[in-house]
Design a binder for this molecule. Structure first.
Ligand SMILES: *C1O[C@H](CO)[C@@H](O)[C@H](O)[C@H]1NC(C)=O
Ligand SMILES: *[C@@H]1O[C@H](CO)[C@@H](O)[C@H](O)[C@H]1NC(C)=O
Ligand SMILES: *[C@@H]1O[C@H](CO)[C@@H](O)[C@H](O)[C@H]1NC(C)=O
Ligand SMILES: CC(=O)N[C@H]1CO[C@H](CO)[C@@H](O)[C@@H]1O
Length: 304
């Protein structure tokens, strides 16, 4: 088979594999050179836009019955208190395809827990990727791994509702197989620091987002999935989502935390949602409002 053609086929296959989580998909080998890939991805993205649904008045209030509205503060690195880098590049996929997403370390008692998009962890059929192909590099930037290199993933927890309906609860937690390089028994967050997290964020929240985009329209950054980019602005709260208006965070930004009270001195703040996808028709980058009980359920599955 013609080489160019087969590479095109592969890209289409990759794109198909990742629907509906198309936002995160790239192929390492073809990402820079093959503009055809982008056009294909764009096309598919357009066909997988969100449907506005009205699920029989199932509002957040129902979920709120048992709501605790927990607020977990950020956690500062104990290994080097002046250096926090909780956000990193997250690789996913299988032997033949590689997807790039963004993930972050969040503050937990376990200390090795990260946050990313659920669609970054499963294929089109809802089948979970083999864990041995997932890795996380906190502090990755400018084509270079962070200080700790690429950390394997030990386990993941995906909301069951997302497995049934990919439009639901597109967030997930992962537990890293972190081995302390100094063998002092430190946890990942003791090195990287960790974002706080909360469920009480309202409308018009000043927010920072860090991601490794491909495509999209973030300004002042190299959007090749290898450079850490930053967006800063105000998010809007809708019924089910937080949205960033008029900004396409791009592919591979999937899983990027939306951070409230981001402190440029410490690189820390509170995650309250994460990038799910860009909806072209309404020109918004959306993050699902977390269900507190679902979120704690995920944490329990990884830490008990
Ligand atoms: C529930 O649905 C009904 C009709 O389907 C509508 O009139 C009502 O406003 C809805 N209530 C809420 C809280 O969405
Ligand atoms: C990896 O993903 C590709 C693209 O969908 C697929 O063709 C291939 O069978 C997958 N490989 C494995 C081992 O699952
Ligand atoms: C995951 O991939 C590894 C390495 O290729 C392989 O040894 C292992 O059997 C796979 N696990 C599953 C559940 O497929
Ligand atoms: C790929 C695609 O269809 N992009 C469209 C997104 O929406 C803008 C305007 O809303 C169009 O100009 C683009 O062509």
């Amino acid at each position: 088979m013609n080489k160019k053609f087969s590479s095109y086929l592969l890209i289409v296959l990759i794109a198909m594999l990742f629907i509906p989580g198309i936002a995160s998909v790239i192929s390492q080998r073809n990402i820079i050179s093959d503009t055809l890939a982008f056009r294909t991805l764009e096309k598919i993205k357009e066909t997988t836009r969100f449907n506005k649904r009205n699920k029989g008045n199932k509002t957040r209030n129902e979920n709120k019955i048992n709501s605790r509205n927990v607020i977990v503060p950020p956690f500062s690195s104990v290994v080097n208190s002046n250096h926090n880098y909780p956000i990193g590049r997250f690789l996913t996929g299988n032997e033949t395809t590689i997807g790039v997403c963004t993930a972050s370390v969040i503050n937990t008692a376990n200390g090795n827990i990260g946050l990313t998009a659920a669609h970054c962890l499963i294929d089109r059929d809802g089948k979970q990727y083999n864990l041995s192909f997932l890795s996380f590099s906190p502090g990755y930037d400018t084509e270079t791994n962070g200080p700790l290199g690429a950390i394997p993933v030990e386990d993941v927890a995906i909301p069951y509702t997302h497995l049934v309906d990919p439009r639901e609860n597109d967030y997930a937690l992962v537990r890293f197989a972190f081995k302390d390089p100094n063998r002092g028994g430190a946890r990942l967050q003791d090195y990287t620091g960790a974002l706080g997290w909360r469920f009480d964020i309202g409308n018009n929240e000043p927010t920072c987002v860090f991601c490794y985009p491909v495509g999209g329209n973030l300004e002042d950054c190299i959007r090749d999935s290898k450079h850490l980019c930053k967006w800063q602005g105000i998010t809007k709260k809708r019924q089910n989502f937080y949205v960033i208006r008029k900004v396409d965070l791009g592919y591979a930004a999937s899983g990027s935390p939306y951070i409230s009270q981001y402190d440029t001195e410490t690189n820390l703040g509170y995650a309250y949602t994460l990038m799910t996808r860009y909806i072209n028709t309404s020109e918004v980058s959306v993050g699902k409002i977390w269900d507190e009980n679902v979120f704690f359920g995920l944490l329990l599955r990884l830490t008990s």
